[in-house]
Design a protein around this ligand. Structure first.
Ligand code: HEC
Length: 104
């Protein structure tokens, strides 16, 4: 019974994560893709790639832009209206994108 409950809990957590990823993707398509690319690989020379970045790091940066601890003209304006939920969803989406690294 305990095992069954654990599996059920794990499934619920996975479902919640998948839901965050989907919602984050939809929001990012509209609000972030222009600069950070539709797949999180930046399309602007001065915008960083977000694909595959740690969710905790992304959330921290977005909150820092929002509260002014990290200052940037563009991201300050973009992060200002984001809720904690939206930040979690956007971070889930970008961290879920798989990237590989190849050394030269
Ligand atoms: C108009 C272009 C533009 C748009 C749109 C935009 N960004 Fe950015 N973003 C930037 C630039 C430029 C930087 C680098 C800012 C700096 O130097 O701090 C940046 C930095 C970031 C960083 C910090 C990354 C790091 O490596 O520290 C995060 C996270 C981020 N953006 C998330 C988002 C999200 C999420 C959205 C959509 C809600 C978004 N951005 C929309 C241009 C943009």
């Amino acid at each position: 019974m305990k095992k069954f409950l654990l599996v059920l809990l794990a499934c619920a957590a996975l479902n919640a994560f998948a839901d965050d990823v989907a919602k984050g993707r939809a929001k990012a398509d509209v609000a972030c893709g222009l600069c950070h690319g539709p797949n999180g690989i930046s399309t602007l020379p001065n915008a960083p790639n977000l694909a595959g970045q740690q969710a905790i790091y992304l959330s921290e940066q977005l909150k820092n832009y929002r509260n002014g601890k990290r200052q940037n003209e563009v991201m300050g304006v973009i992060a200002k209206p984001l809720t904690d939920t939206e930040i979690a969803q956007l971070s889930a989406w970008y961290s879920a994108i798989k990237v590989t690294a190849e050394t030269p």
